[in-house]
Design a protein around this ligand. Structure first.
Ligand SMILES: N[C@@H](CCC(=O)N[C@@H](CS)C(=O)NCC(=O)O)C(=O)O
Length: 236
């Protein structure tokens, strides 16, 4: 047990982001809310209370799931980043979160781990520091594991064209909701901006510029929003 908060997350093989949007979101949140913490990079899920990253450990023990962790941080650390939002805005924020984390995230995972071109690029990054035999042994297992997950969830049952079409519509919906505002609910950043940043940032800066990633980058308001949130949380 530690009295200091430790964030366990996957590394970011490109730019400043973790390759996991959930990890990038939590780190951005901790920085934004100025919660003292230490970020530790892990490559295995051993020790993760829910078998996934991110997870945290503080004086109260370990906790998994980025959204439940944020709820916990708000109550245990006395944070209220969304206090100014109305009940309706909070409901909209919740639906944006699901759009990002249940749809766009799955499409991004499909493009990285299942799509043949994307998976070739990901493998080159993930296994760059390992001997070829490690890649040869481990890569097919990761590919099969994610493909099974995404087939059970549903997205991998669609054709590639259908997946791209769904992703493009999701991105269009986000862009339309943001409009000309600096942040989703106006002049001030709220938690949902960090959620969108972590997914769109991962798409735009990711290693495989597939059709959905290019589509996201082609929306000036989303690209500017990503930069704005990044500057807000990661500079200084
Ligand atoms: N709902 C979770 C999702 C976390 C998640 O899916 N993490 C992925 C990395 S992006 C993971 O750990 N996957 C490993 C696995 O599914 O075995 C959260 O918000 O933290």
């Amino acid at each position: 047990m530690t009295s200091f908060l430790t964030l366990y997350q996957f590394p970011g093989p490109w730019d400043v982001f973790s390759a996991s949007p959930f990890c990038a979101k939590l780190e951005a949140f901790l920085r934004w809310q100025q919660v003292p913490h230490k970020a530790v990079t892990v490559s295995r899920l051993k020790g993760a209370p829910k078998g996934k990253v991110p997870y945290i450990e503080d004086a109260n023990g370990k906790r998994g799931d980025s959204n439940l962790i944020i709820d916990y941080l708000c109550s245990a650390y006395g944070l209220s980043p969304d206090a100014a939002l109305s009940a309706e805005q909070k409901a909209v924020a919740r639906s944006i979160t699901y759009l990002c984390e249940e749809s766009i995230y799955r499409i991004m995972a499909y493009m990285r781990f299942v799509d043949s071109e994307g998976w070739a690029k990901m493998q080159a990054l993930l296994f760059a520091k390992y001997p070829a035999v490690v890649r040869w042994l481990v890569a097919p297992r990761i590919h099969a594991y994610v493909k099974k997950q995404l087939t059970q969830q549903g997205i991998a049952r669609h054709s590639r064209d259908e997946i791209v079409a769904i992703g493009r519509r999701d991105v269009d919906a986000l862009s339309a909701m943001l409009g000309n505002k600096p942040y989703f609910f106006g002049e001030d950043m709220t938690s949902v901006d960090i959620t969108v940043f972590s997914v769109i940032g991962n798409l735009i800066t990711g290693p495989f510029q597939h059709e959905v990633a290019l589509h996201a980058a082609s929306h000036p308001n989303l690209a500017a929003h990503m930069q704005r949130v990044k500057n807000h949380c990661f500079s200084g």
